[in-house]
Design a protein around this ligand. Structure first.
Ligand code: ZN
Length: 379
């Protein structure tokens, strides 16, 4: 058997991609930040787009989640009006489509965008308009992308019940498809927000929860039990509930399940096929993983977990879906079929309805993947 050639950047860019974990306030174009900051007098650490882009990556590279989160002070500062939220959402959709993304969920926390006088509802509507404009712009140019929003509550704040009610009230409107909590994970377990999660669960709104990034297995377990999480934001540290993984991680994730002892939380996540929204570069920046090569994503994929590849914050990580996948190809030996597999897993775990997911897979993912495969064969 011959080893398939390493997928090229161009091939990966052409592949249809699905991103479930991409923060709206972490994906701005540096030029847009400059243009939005000027009229409101917000001081930025750099005055041209290139240096500003570099500053975000360097600041986020510090190896601490808390430092990483500080970079958001600047992006959030320029997203305090309906116009700016609309623009940022529109541009995000256009940029993702240019990267070959056919379905994207954009998450953001409305409670952080009220300083300019917007209400929570007005903020959600502004983002909904921006996403729809982005979809339309892409369609006008002959492309296709579906963009939805996840309403996020900040876990270290105390507005989660209000945000859960906001999500419930907007379910199926303005592109709202689900709920998330974000912010400092350690010390802020999902169960602190049980009332919010229970409200959403009773209202049949799906939740994903940031867990298993800056904290371990207990945080993941709490996201599943108290947070009713049907997906996990990151979830990378689920490997801490599997004994004997060190050697397998060094071997780029090549391991046999029979050599490992799977704990109860990892077994639940694997058996229930709870999607893991893994974000390799982001995890390396915050020191959740040593490198993309040794990131648990490869092991988890090989062990049959429902793995998806995500960007987290394109601006802070200087990344894109194509870049994340290319890193996995070059550093961790992923092949084209692996990318198609994680894309299908992501598509089937999107928070849109089953019919819409079916259409997404049949009309956007599979036909485009076939084109890339055929082109490869004809080389
Ligand atoms: Zn995140």
């Amino acid at each position: 058997m011959t080893t398939p050639p390493v997928p090229t950047v161009d091939e990966i860019r052409l592949l249809p991609k699905v991103v479930l974990h991409d923060h709206l306030d972490g994906g701005l174009r540096p030029q847009t930040i400059l243009e939005l900051a000027e009229p409101i007098g917000h001081q930025l650490p750099a005055n041209d787009a290139e240096s500003l882009g570099r500053w975000f990556v360097d600041a986020a590279d510090s190896g601490s989640l808390v430092k990483y989160l500080e970079t958001f002070d600047h992006t959030i500062a320029v997203m305090q009006t309906a116009e700016s939220l609309e623009r940022v959402a529109r541009e995000a959709v256009i940029d993702l489509a240019a990267d070959g993304v056919v379905y994207a969920e954009q998450r953001w926390a409305p409670e952080q965008h009220l300083r300019g006088g917007l209400s929570l509802q007005e903020a959600v509507e502004a983002v909904g308009r921006g996403l729809a404009q982005g979809e339309q712009t892409v369609r006008d140019a002959g492309g296709e992308i579906i963009a939805r929003q996840l309403v996020t509550a900040m876990r270290h704040a105390d507005r989660s019940q209000e945000i859960a009610a906001l999500t419930l009230a907007n379910k199926g409107k303005h592109g709202v498809v689900g709920f998330d909590i974000a912010g400092a994970e350690k010390g802020f377990l999902p169960s602190l927000h049980s009332a919010a999660f229970d409200m959403l669960n009773k209202g049949l709104v799906p939740a994903t929860v940031h867990a298993g990034e800056a904290d371990g297995v207990a945080s993941i377990e709490d996201a599943l039990t108290a947070g009713h999480a049907v997906r996990l934001g990151h979830g990378a540290r689920i490997v801490e509930d599997i004994q004997g993984t060190e050697e397998a991680m060094r071997k780029r994730g090549k391991a046999d399940l029979s050599e490992l002892v799977v704990g109860p939380v990892a077994a639940w996540v694997r058996d229930r096929r709870i999607a893991l929204e893994l974000c390799p570069s982001s995890n390396v920046q915050t020191a959740t993983a040593v490198s993309v090569r040794e990131h648990p994503i490869s092991l988890l994929k090989n062990l049959g977990f429902a793995v998806t590849v995500n960007t987290d914050n394109r601006l802070m990580s200087g990344t894109s879906m194509t870049r994340e996948m290319h890193l996995l190809a070059t550093e961790a030996d992923w092949i084209l079929d692996d990318f198609l597999a994680v894309t299908l897993t992501a598509a089937w775990n999107a928070f849109i309805g089953f019919d819409e997911r079916q259409e997404l897979v049949e009309k956007l993912v599979l036909p485009r993947a076939t084109v890339v495969r055929e082109e490869r064969k004809s080389l």
